[in-house]
Design a protein around this ligand. Structure first.
Ligand code: ADP
Ligand code: MG
Length: 564
């Protein structure tokens, strides 16, 4: 039999003034009147990573109407709503009580996207929320009265205000479930309609700032050009109209500062479902769309970049290209090939983050530098083949070179943040002004070669430590993996989960002879069936779902493993 909340209070009061380690005795279950509190892990001191706790409620008692969570997707939408609410209420109510993290109640911080997170799990039987608490101390001494207030007064208030249906806004919750369900449905419709993205009329694409992902106030709402206008009959929301971007090669053109990159960035994020009011609600993109870019200085391990790069000066292999310090062009070629290896169906590229010599090679340069002196076949000669041979579409922001008009299937212009379809004009200009280029690189795209992993890893070498810094860096043992160029990662919890997945792979799977896509697929299957919990030995509170592309991106940049 567990203790109840009054007994917990007495224990905490009795611990007052004791050494911090005495808190370790708290591990276990406590029966509160309206929920069960579980203390899984107790921190070693007030400055260590905070203690890990869970709250469990019987779902029928929490009062959620069953239709709200009757499908896995609906449950994710409700869980996300509860994490946001718990986050808001705990930020408001919890207060510092002592040193270090003392007094703080923290749940993983959600972005604008609705994601599956290990912090919340809702089934017809149980609602479980996981969070951390800084157990109060002054120096190495327990502050027992503060701990009792925190766990026995504040925590029940936070739970009351955030996890019971009766204390939530039922309309807002219903909206979130409906929006997520419609967005998912729209994304499923795209390929049947021959589209790779849908941008609804009225969407707000620009963000508050580079570091604030909320919508920009007073932005000009998106308006679809008539030539690309499509409509959908959504299950909940009814008719939605907007711009459908067809499969194939799409150029986004327009003057500088007219909103090209903003449109592309919104499309990048269309792989996620957004919360109502984000401005990108119902803006959806093919789930296998990957943003690729140049990233000079990164490491590359055994990638077949031969469709783009051949005959390097020192006779280096380009079918198994490795380097610890890539150039802009080789890094962009590798990013494309790595995405294709994992099954990307759409590539998203922006001239702002591309290597010029990878994107174009014009008539004059072809005349000055002969093909046998230039290892790079520019993307302009490959982008249409990629679609013809492999069915992979590309959306490319390209304000700087009209050489792409010949190979584009559609051209979208931005003028003062307003879109226009200008395909016919672009094609007429292409016919009138020939580029006079000689196409390079042959008539086919070339091979996409999956790699195998080998790893020189001895278990005693490593401490299996992982951590994430923001959305840019994963640290494994002492090595930084730089993911700042992996732009579709949006929550620190995704990096934590990818870090856990890397350790899991190192432990369990890197020794076999499978190819990378097979290994990633089997890991994603495990997560699909068992949840993110399968990645760690104890219940994690702070992991967030991720795609195989971003996991592969981390593996591809992990310098201490080898792929071939
Ligand atoms: P480009 O890539 O064409 O140079 P950007 O997409 O970077 O332009 O946009 C330039 C600026 O305009 C950014 O600060 C962006 O936030 C802002 N912006 C983009 N779209 C809109 C819009 N629809 N309404 C208002 N401001 C916008
Ligand atoms: Mg730009």
């Amino acid at each position: 039999m567990g203790l109840d909340d009054r007994q917990l209070r007495q224990r905490l009061l009795a611990m007052d003034g004791s050494s911090y380690r005495t808190y370790k005795d708290l591990k276990g279950y406590y029966d509160f009147p309206r929920f069960t509190l579980i203390i899984d892990h107790v921190q070693g001191d007030p400055f260590a990573a905070p203690s890990q706790l869970r709250v469990q409620l019987a779902t029928p008692e929490a009062g959620f109407p069953a239709p709200l969570y009757s499908t896995p997707l609906r449950a994710v939408a409700v869980e996300d709503f509860l994490v946001r609410r718990f986050h808001g209420v705990s930020q408001h109510l919890s207060q510092r009580r002592g040193m270090g993290s003392s007094g703080r109640v923290e749940i993983t911080r959600p972005s604008q996207a609705v994601l599956q997170r290990s912090a919340a799990h809702l089934t017809p039987q149980v609602l479980e929320i996981r969070f951390t608490v800084g157990l109060p101390a002054q120096g190495r001494r327990i502050l027992g009265r503060q701990a009792a207030e925190l766990l026995c007064d504040d925590l029940p208030t936070i739970v009351d205000q955030s996890l019971f249906y009766s204390s939530l806004d039922p309309q807002a919750l219903q909206d979130q479930v409906a929006t997520v369900e419609d967005s998912h449905w729209l994304r499923q419709q795209l390929s049947d309609r021959g589209l790779i993205a849908f941008v609804p009329d009225g969407a707000i694409l620009p963000r508050h700032s580079g570091i604030d992902d909320r919508p920009l106030p007073q932005a000009i709402p998106f308006q679809s050009p008539p030539d690309l206008r499509v409509s959908f009959q959504c299950p909940n929301r009814g008719t939605l109209r907007g711009m459908g971007i067809p499969q194939g090669v799409t150029l986004i053109v327009g003057g500088g500062y007219h909103g090209k990159s903003t449109l592309l960035r919104a499309i990048e994020r269309g792989i996620y479902n957004h919360i109502p009011g984000d401005g990108r609600d119902y803006l959806v993109t093919n789930a296998q769309a990957v943003k690729v870019r140049a990233e000079d200085g990164r490491s590359i391990a055994g990638v077949d970049i031969s469709p783009f790069i051949n005959h390097l000066p020192l006779g280096q292999s380009t079918t198994q290209f490795s380097t610890t310090n890539a150039s802009g062009s080789t890094s962009q070629a590798a990013a494309i090939m790595e995405s294709l290896e994992c099954g990307a169906q759409v590539l998203l590229m922006d001239e702002d983050t591309s290597a010029t010599n990878f994107m174009i090679r014009d008539r004059r340069m072809q005349a000055l530098i002969r093909k046998d002196q230039e290892p790079i076949t520019p993307f302009v000669d490959k982008v249409q083949q990629l679609y013809q041979d492999h069915g992979v579409s590309t959306v490319l922001v390209m304000g700087g070179s009209g050489d792409y008009f010949d190979v584009a299937d559609q051209v979208i212009a931005l003028d003062n943040f307003r879109t226009q379809a200008v395909t016919a004009q672009a094609k007429a200009i292409a016919a009138q002004y020939d580029t006079d280029r000689t196409p390079e690189g042959g008539s086919q795209f070339g091979p996409i070669t999956p790699r195998r992993l080998t790893v020189s890893y001895t278990p005693d070498d490593s401490r299996n430590k992982r951590k994430a810094k923001g959305v840019d860096t994963i640290v494994i043992d002492r090595e930084d993996i730089d993911l700042s160029a992996v732009e579709q990662l949006i929550e620190t919890g995704q990096l934590r989960a990818i870090g856990a997945a890397l350790l899991y792979l190192r432990q369990n799977q890197l020794h076999g002879n499978d190819t990378l896509p097979v290994i990633l697929d089997s890991l994603m299957q495990s997560i699909h069936h068992q949840g993110l919990d399968c990645l760690t030995p104890f219940p994690p509170s702070d992991l967030v779902e991720f795609r195989p592309f971003e996991l592969a991106a981390a593996l591809n940049r992990w310098r201490s493993i080898q792929l071939q």
